[in-house]
Each structure stands twice: as structure tokens, then as C-alpha cells.
Design a protein around this ligand. Structure first.
Ligand code: BDR
Ligand code: CA
Length: 304
């Protein structure tokens, strides 16, 4: 059977790292490219980190670096991933920046019209820039799965905004306005899916386990400081899992717009929650994930 074509746009990030491994190890996808974006850390660091992950799992997926800053503001890095974006791992190798992620997104979509799903795990800068540069690709993308937003829960960056949207609200606005099938995996579902250090012990490959342990010990400490959750929150792996097992999720169609101006609310994903609303629904908002299935599949795939 033909495998689903995917582009993973990402800012690794501990959870991005696990999401990349999960997607690649599942062997379910034809991953055309990994495109990096500045977010959790600088573009140099997120690209170094992506290369580290690909080398770790001996993957030959093409890696392209993209935007070094959001469309209209300076980069605001994350807290929970440390300065390098992958706290706990020492990476000395500087990956050469190719600076062509936007062109590669455009090229891959044009080469496979209606066949490519974009998995967006970081700020939406690269994808927005691709849509600005070549608007014709908007109608050619099969769908976009976005880890981002906070619908009924507090934000993790300001009172109401989730990190990926907060870092580049103008880019998010372009994507949310675009006529394209969107699936949003917000904090509402991700906050509640986390693994403890003990959970990772069931990874059989000792070399992989040791490195994941070194990553997770730092991530878990940082998550506790900033989120008060006692475990590694699986934001990006949950979004990736939607592509692996969509049946494990429930969703509601909603109209969601991005606040780009508010003094207190910039980056908010403003959802129309009126069930009687006649506003056009532009996003499938994930409401729940079967945590048991996620956990079982996650570790089964890691031990494939
Ligand atoms: C999102 O922000 C990043 O820190 C994570 O990698 C994830 O994509 C969660 O808000
Ligand atoms: Ca991320």
C-alpha cells in the first residue's frame, strides 16, 4: 500500500524529538522532509537537534532549515526545553543551515498535489511563508495537523496563548484563514498526556533508552517548574499520533481565529463555542485522545 506523504515542520524540542522518532519508527509514512523553524530555540539549535534525532534513529529523511525568526516579532524561546532546545544532551556538531525549508515545502506539495499532509509541531512561520510565496499550494495541501492553541484551558505562554501560536501569531493567522483542512491538537488534550521517567524504562533498545533518559530527566524537571505537571508532557507526540491512529481521537468542528493584537491576549486561539453559531467552521478541534491506546502504541512503536 502507498504510504501517506508527510512533511514534518518542527522546532526540536524534547517532545518534537519524540514525535519525529514516533513517526519514523512507525514506518507508516513517506516522510518527504523535516523542516526546522525557530521556536523552542534558535534555528541553529533546532536544526542541530533535528539532525541529532535523525542520526540517533539512523534515519535518512531529508532535513531543511527554515525561518530564524517569526514574521513580525523577535523570537521568544521556550522555557521548558532549556537554552539549546534539548536540555540534557550535549550536541557539539553544528548542522549547516540550508535555509530552503520554505522552497522545499512548496516543491514537495507541488510535486504531489492533494497527497501531502503537513504535521506542524512548532510556530507556523515556515508554512505561512510558503503560503505567502506560493499561494497556489494552499489548495494542493491535503491537510495540516497543528499542535497548538488553548481552547478551554489557560495558555502556557500568557494567560490564554499556547507557545506555538504565541511565538508567531501572524503566521498562525495566515494558516487559520487559509482554505485548507486543519486539525488542531490543543493544550486541552495534550496537558493531560504525560510520561514519568519510569514509563520510559520499557524502551528495549538500551542505547536509545539512555539518550531518551538523559533528555527526559531535564524536560521533566523543567516541566515541573513551569507547568507543575509531574511528567514529560507529550504535546507533539500526541499531534503525531493523530496521523497514526485517528480513531483514538474525538473532534468538534469550530470556527477558530487568532488574536494578533490583544495586549493580554496576543496569540489566543479564539474559538466560537456557540453551538448554534452559523459562522463557517474552519478547524477540527481535537477534544480527547484515548490515553491508554496512545501509551500502548507509543511504546510498541518505539520497540518495533
Ligand atoms: C508546544 O510548545 C513547544 O514548547 C512544544 O514543543 C510544543 O510544540 C507546546 O505548547
Ligand atoms: Ca514543538
Amino acid at each position: 500500500m502507498k504510504k501517506q506523504k508527510i512533511i514534518i515542520d518542527t522546532d526540536p524540542g524534547h517532545d518534537d524529538a519524540l514525535a519525529i522518532m514516533l513517526m519514523e519508527k512507525s514506518k507508516l509514512f513517506d516522510i518527504l522532509a523535516i523542516t526546522t523553524v525557530a521556536g523552542n530555540s534558535t534555528i541553529q539549535n533546532t536544526t542541530n537537534n533535528a539532525r541529532f534525532v535523525l542520526d540517533l534513529i539512523e534515519s535518512e529523511i531529508m532535513l531543511y532549515s527554515g525561518a530564524g525568526a517569526p514574521l513580525k516579532q523577535k523570537l521568544i524561546k521556550a522555557d521548558v526545553h532549556g537554552d539549546s532546545g534539548l536540555d540534557g544532551i550535549v550536541i557539539s556538531k553544528q548542522e549547516k543551515l540550508t535555509n530552503n525549508a520554505i522552497d522545499k515545502i512548496i516543491e514537495n506539495v507541488i510535486n504531489s498535489p492533494d497527497e501531502v499532509i503537513i504535521l506542524a509541531l512548532g510556530p507556523l512561520t515556515n508554512i505561512a511563508q510558503a503560503f505567502i510565496k506560493e499561494p497556489s499550494i494552499i489548495s494542493l495541501v491535503k491537510s495540516i495537523v497543528i499542535m497548538g492553541g488553548a481552547i478551554n484551558v489557560p495558555g502556557n505562554k500568557n494567560r490564554v496563548a499556547e507557545f506555538n501560536i504565541f511565538v508567531d501569531p501572524e503566521a498562525a493567522d495566515i494558516i487559520f484563514q487559509a482554505d485548507i483542512k486543519k486539525i488542531l491538537v490543543p493544550l486541552d488534550v495534550c496537558n493531560d498526556v504525560f510520561f514519568t521517567l519510569d514509563d520510559f524504562k520499557c524502551i528495549d533498545d538500551l542505547k536509545l533508552y539512555k539518550i531518551i533518559y538523559d533528555m527526559m530527566i531535564k524536560y521533566i524537571d523543567n516541566i515541573y517548574v513551569f507547568e507543575k505537571t509531574k511528567g514529560a508532557i507529550m504535546y507533539d507526540p500526541v499531534a503525531a499520533y493523530y496521523l497514526i491512529n485517528p480513531q483514538a481521537f474525538t473532534a468538534v468542528e469550530m470556527n477558530v481565529q487568532i488574536e494578533t493584537h490583544g495586549k493580554l491576549t496576543r496569540g489566543m486561539t479564539v474559538a466560537d463555542k456557540n453551538l448554534w453559531s452559523e459562522e463557517e467552521k474552519n478547524v477540527s478541534v481535537i477534544q480527547s485522545v484515548n490515553k491508554k491506546e496512545f501509551r500502548e502504541d507509543f511504546f510498541r512503536i518505539f520497540n518495533n
